[in-house]
Design a protein around this ligand. Structure first.
Ligand SMILES: NC(=O)c1ccc[n+]([C@@H]2O[C@H](COP(=O)([O-])OP(=O)(O)OC[C@H]3O[C@@H](n4cnc5c(N)ncnc54)[C@H](OP(=O)(O)O)[C@@H]3O)[C@@H](O)[C@H]2O)c1
Length: 334
């Protein structure tokens, strides 16, 4: 199939990186088994990094970001993926060095293609997107090591971000007492309305950073920020508790001692949504479209997400890049 389509393209201009809507040719998409007409994408922190020229995410420009895409299969050379299938693609190389979901078409290997749960509309799927998937994986990781609501409160850092706010909702709906840590004092009401029992400030998590250990407070934590926050949170985890670590907005490095691990048996659990085998990705999506699609999702969606089109996308990317946003942006691509 040939023809043209619209896409957001990030490129380096005289005044730094800029994003424009351009016309692209389907023939110019990378080789791959499956051509997908994209209806929706979303904005994740990594998309903002790619759109603003972070070479650790995207090596060469001009480039179309978008690590998430949902749409319909237009052609496929793999019998496992059929024309007309409604599918999700997330992670692997999509939107990093492979043209991503901010274009109306993508072409990808069949090994990247997830079946969209029927219970989720394309828009619902992108309310979750990689952020919701990562929140679900983080919660699942904690459940797998035996964390349960009777053990005490669970801390979520970066709570107004995409991963954070969905983690708050998922934990609350599974009976956990959730404490939301945020840098946005004006968003406590929102965080409580989606399931936080209480809120603490981002700064409070850095208190007593010079002590070898802190008072045990949290049964577990979902940490989306990394850096010094992660180093200090590890010292406040209760005996035998765990931290699911997935993000680095506060920095990639942190300092710790062995004390949380050898005095309290704390577990630090890594969460990666990108290179995970496809069958595990499908299982997590089936959870989000099944058992974990809790009552009240429609209200949650309305509270935490807003939809932008391609023309509005540059401004939304800038808000995410500057950490000014709350919750999730869904991108209506076609
Ligand atoms: N491991 C994986 O596979 C995976 C997948 C998805 C995302 N991630 C990572 O997870 C992190 C969160 O992703 P996201 O999409 O949720 O991003 P996001 O929507 O931009 O949210 C990040 C949140 O972190 C907080 N924050 C911002 N700057 C901070 C700082 N300097 N120090 C401490 N907190 C800060 C803010 O929340 P408050 O204002 O409420 O504090 C912000 O809303 C990113 O590092 C992302 O790369 C990893």
């Amino acid at each position: 199939m040939s023809g043209t389509f619209k896409a957001l393209q990030a490129s380096e201009g005289a005044n730094g990186f800029e994003q424009r809507i351009v016309e692209r040719s389907i023939d110019d998409l990378p080789a791959g088994d499956v051509l997908i007409r994209v209806s929706h994408s979303s904005i994740n922190y990594k998309d903002a990094l790619s759109a603003f020229g972070n070479k650790g995410v995207t090596r060469s420009y001009p480039h179309t970001p978008g690590i998430d895409a949902v749409g319909v299969v237009e052609s496929s050379s793999d019998p496992a993926v059929r024309i007309g299938d409604q599918v999700i693609v997330m992670g692997y190389d999509l939107g990093m060095n492979t043209a991503g979901g901010y274009g109306q078409y993508i072409r990808v290997p069949a090994a990247w293609v997830i079946r969209k749960p029927e219970s989720l509309s394309p828009e619902d799927a992108m309310v979750f997107g990689t952020a919701g998937f990562t929140a679900a994986m983080s919660v699942d990781t904690l459940l797998q090591v035996g964390i349960s609501p009777d053990q005490g409160p669970v801390l979520v850092t970066g709570a107004t971000g995409g991963v954070g706010i969905i983690a708050v909702w998922l934990l609350h709906n599974q009976g956990f007492e959730v404490v939301a840590a945020t840098g946005k004092a004006d968003q406590h009401a929102l965080l409580k309305s989606v399931g936080a029992s209480s809120c603490v400030s981002r700064e409070s998590l850095l208190e007593n950073a010079n002590r070898p250990m802190n008072k045990p407070q949290w049964a577990a934590a979902v940490d989306t920020v990394g850096g010094d926050v992660l180093g200090n949170v590890l010292k406040s985890i209760r005996y035998g508790g765990s931290v699911a670590c997935c993000g680095m907005v506060a920095g990639p490095n942190f300092t710790t001692s062995v004390f949380p691990f050898i005095l309290r048996g704390v577990n630090l659990l890594g969460v990666d949504s990108v290179e995970l085998p496809l069958d595990v990705k499908q299982d997590i999506w089936n959870l989000l479209g099944g058992k974990w699609l809790f009552d009240g999702f429609a209200t949650f969606k309305q509270q935490v997400s807003r939809t932008v089109d391609l023309a509005q996308l540059p401004e939304a990317l800038e808000a995410v890049h500057n950490g000014r946003h709350v919750g999730r942006y869904v991108v209506k691509v076609s």
